[in-house]
Design a protein around this ligand. Structure first.
Ligand SMILES: Nc1nc2c(ncn2[C@@H]2O[C@H](COP(=O)(O)OP(=O)(O)OP(=O)(O)O)[C@@H](O)[C@H]2O)c(=O)[nH]1
Ligand SMILES: [Mg+2]
Length: 339
């Protein structure tokens, strides 16, 4: 199944019901007064976040949503019934934007959160409402108001705890397949991963957490090179970013240089990259000797690169537990501070 992370749809809330023009007709009252009731309100369009959906795939098949009309007013002072609202479920993590104004209408982060996206029109007043001492028999009533019509852009931002970023071939997919049930394709060529993949990590007794493996980044990604930065939005809300850097001897440029290059891409994308916890993960250390690993770490440090640096091998599982422990420790602290 293709991963659909964006959709364009339109919504139309219900029209309000018409007010009614009516006069009382009773057997022995020849000229009864006005008794037209008000129209009912049109249905709202309400978006509701749910964890039962994980993609925007449904919107590929249905792009138009209309709520019902309010009932018209009736004689004998009977008001029309308000229409039932139309509830549209979207996955948690969906951001809803008005395409015409560019306004963000809602940012659905909680299961069950519901937001009115288009308001139904008010019902029109019946002729009873317009009766005054000088106008005892109004022969008019109000039309119902139109329901709001909007063009909407939906965007799904995955809510993972940890985002894996790095160059193509850095070993991101291999790592996620070692620590979770996710099985993204792994291969020795760039851009093997074309869509974000989520994996749930169950480590020790702790609460499971979610990792996302993102397509590789290259220099110029923020300007659209390679896969570009279009998937980075999935990492935007992760609490921790793991930046993976391959130490494989096949690499032609120094690790530090490649690291800084991707960091620049990330900086030009994120609004406040410094607020996010970052862990530097040196990968494929089974292919090099320990001295080389230590020299690389020293080089990062002499260039004032701070934060945890962990050197791993997904092939031999070396330091995988250490990395997971560090992730857990940092998630605990970020959870504690954000709650
Ligand atoms: N020796 C060794 N090879 C590894 C290790 N981790 C990954 N590789 C190899 O490196 C290559 C790339 O790995 P992937 O996991 O597909 O890399 P990726 O970062 O997901 O790459 P993209 O999806 O293209 O961005 C594959 O041939 C893997 O088998 C490791 O720890 N040791
Ligand atoms: Mg991959």
């Amino acid at each position: 199944m293709k991963f659909i992370d964006e959709a364009k749809i339109n919504v139309q809330a219900g029209h309000g019901g018409k007010g009614c023009v009516s006069f009382r007709r009773e057997k022995y009252i020849p000229r009864g007064g006005p008794d037209g009731g008000d129209g009912g309100k049109g249905g709202d369009i309400i978006f509701e976040a749910t964890t039962r959906m994980s993609t925007l795939l449904d919107f590929k098949y249905k792009q138009s949503f209309k709520a019902k009309y309010g009932q018209h007013g009736m004689g004998a002072m009977k008001n029309g019934r308000a229409a039932i609202d139309l509830v549209v479920p979207v996955p948690v993590g969906t951001v809803i934007t008005d395409t015409d104004t560019g306004d963000i209408l809602a940012d659905m982060t909680q299961d069950g959160e519901a937001v009115v996206i288009a308001k139904g029109g008010r019902g029109g007043k019946g002729n009873t409402f317009f009766t005054t001492s000088t106008r005892q028999a109004p022969r008019f009533a109000q039309e119902g108001e139109e329901g709001e019509i909007k063009n909407i852009h939906l965007e799904l931002k995955l809510l993972a705890d940890v985002g894996l970023i790095g160059e193509p071939n850095a070993g991101k997919s291999t790592f996620i397949s070692v620590v979770s049930q996710a099985r993204p394709k792994v291969a020795n060529y760039p851009f093997t991963t074309l869509e974000p993949v989520l994996g749930v990590v169950k480590h020790k007794e702790a609460n499971p957490f979610v990792i996302t493996d993102l397509p590789g980044l290259i220099e110029g990604a923020h300007a659209g090179k390679g896969m570009g930065d279009r998937f980075l939005k999935h990492a935007e809300r992760t609490k921790i970013l793991c930046h993976l850097v391959s130490l494989s001897p096949e690499e032609t440029r120094p690790a530090l240089e490649r690291f800084q290059c991707i960091e620049n891409e990330v900086k030009s994308y994120f609004k406040n990259p410094e607020q996010r916890q970052k862990i530097i993960v040196l990968t494929k250390i089974d292919l090099v000797d320990e001295d080389f690993v230590q020299e690389t770490i020293d080089e990062f440090r002499t260039n004032n690169i701070e934060g945890d640096i962990i050197a791993i091998s997904s092939a031999t599982q070396k330091n995988i537990n250490e990395l997971l422990n560090t992730l857990l420790k940092n998630l605990d602290t970020t959870r504690a501070t954000s709650d």
